[in-house]
Design a protein around this ligand. Structure first.
Ligand SMILES: [Zn+2]
Length: 396
């Protein structure tokens, strides 16, 4: 180990001598002079000796220096020296000045990266502003989705739309439909990613905008400065939805979206009752097929009746047959189907359930069923319009 080096901060010969003797070590790296001796020789109270030395010199050793600039690391006290010596190997250390310089460099790099990210997203936003968002070119589905999104996630001044994960209202009955709404609006350039979206919501590699996390980004409407404000647009669209003068084709399209939202309301309730029994269940194509066919004859409220009974029967089956929960949950779709078919064949009077507080009405349901279609009870007790036999395509 190198010897202790001293840099004096005082011109006093006495104090310099005190510092020399205080920090003097022998070949075993032990201090030569005891504090009590120094206190007597230099006539300084013991309690003030260490602070006097600290004010008069900086002691350090070449063994440990700043990994960046090479400045030796000072010993704060004898205790500090002994502790660091006892560790045996000196750790890596960076002086305060270099740490500050590194922090400043990191800050600048972050700022530059943020700026590059904003520039890339701004570029995309600018591209969407040509021709920009206006009410005229929107379809019924566009309008219903956009109005719902603005109501569920719009900021107070509608300057932006919050990230989906921060919504306090239910956008649509299911997370799957929520995702579909965001995808639809984004693909149609009706909403754009906000340039000030959080860093973790965007992936940029080699200066290229790679992907984004739809639940985490903030959104903005590509409105032109000379066009209507977001507030004005929302008002116009709401007026249009509740008016009697819908553009051509909207009525036919409304039947399709009515069926879709009714289906998702059933899926929403199905998830609640299945989880009620401690089952896990992912609705697949079979379940959707069954629920769609139930909704040809029954309202959502009546479908809830079948769904609740099917889940109860699955729970009983699980106990009776000592089968797995997954197997028990899998009998639910078939059970709903059988019940609905019997109800139809035997002309049951199927009692409609009420909404369950755990499956509340979504903003989308409110906008579509109450505002636009003006159905009583939010369409809950209305049988969805039948599918046109000439057009079995059920995609929107
Ligand atoms: Zn340094």
């Amino acid at each position: 180990m190198a010897k202790i080096e001293i840099e004096f901060l005082t011109d006093s010969g006495d104090l310099r001598e005190l510092c020399r003797q205080y920090w003097q070590i022998d070949t075993h790296r032990k201090f030569v002079h005891k504090v009590i001796e120094l206190s007597e020789v230099f006539k300084i109270p013991r309690t003030k000796l260490a602070s006097t030395v600290a004010a008069s010199c900086i002691a350090s050793s070449r063994d440990e220096a700043c990994s960046s600039c090479g400045t030796p690391r000072p010993f704060k006290s004898r205790a500090d020296f002994q502790q660091r010596r006892s560790w045996g190997n000196w750790g890596s250390w960076t002086c305060d000045d270099c740490q500050e310089a590194q922090r400043a460099a990191a800050r600048e790099e972050t700022e530059q990266r943020d700026q590059r990210r904003r520039d890339l997203i701004q570029h995309e936003l600018d591209a969407s502003k040509d021709p920009g968002l206006s009410g005229e070119r929107l379809s019924l589905v566009d309008v219903v989705y956009l109005v719902s999104l603005l109501r569920a996630g719009g900021s107070e001044d509608l300057a932006f739309i919050l990230p989906h994960e921060s919504f306090s209202l239910l956008l649509s009955p299911t997370p799957e439909l929520d995702r579909e709404i965001l995808d639809h609006l984004y693909r149609r350039s009706i909403i754009c990613i906000h340039p000030d979206s959080r860093e973790e919501s965007i992936v940029i590699e080699d200066g290229e905008f790679i992907r984004f996390v739809p639940s985490k980004v903030h959104w903005i409407l590509p409105l032109l400065p000379e066009g209507p404000s977001a507030g004005r647009l929302l008002e116009d669209l709401e007026d249009l939805l509740k008016s009697d003068e819908w553009p051509e084709g909207w009525l036919a399209k409304s039947e399709e979206i009515h069926r879709k939202v009714a289906l998702h309301e059933c899926l929403q309730y199905l998830r609640v009752v299945i989880e009620d029994h401690g089952f896990e269940f992912r609705a697949g194509a079979m379940t959707c097929h069954v629920l769609k066919s139930v909704l040809k004859t029954f309202s959502v409220g009546q479908a809830y009746n079948f769904i609740w009974r099917a889940a109860r029967d699955a729970a009983a089956f699980y106990v009776r047959e000592t089968t797995s929960k997954a197997h028990a949950a899998n009998i639910v779709p078939g059970s709903i189907q059988r019940m609905a078919e019997r109800a139809l064949a035997e002309a049951w009077d199927v009692k409609a359930y009420r909404r369950d507080f755990r499956a509340p009405e979504s903003v989308l349901s409110q906008v579509l069923f109450t505002l636009a279609l003006q159905l009583p009870e939010g369409g809950f007790n209305t049988i969805p319009p039948p599918e046109d036999s000439n057009n079995s395509e059920d995609r929107i």
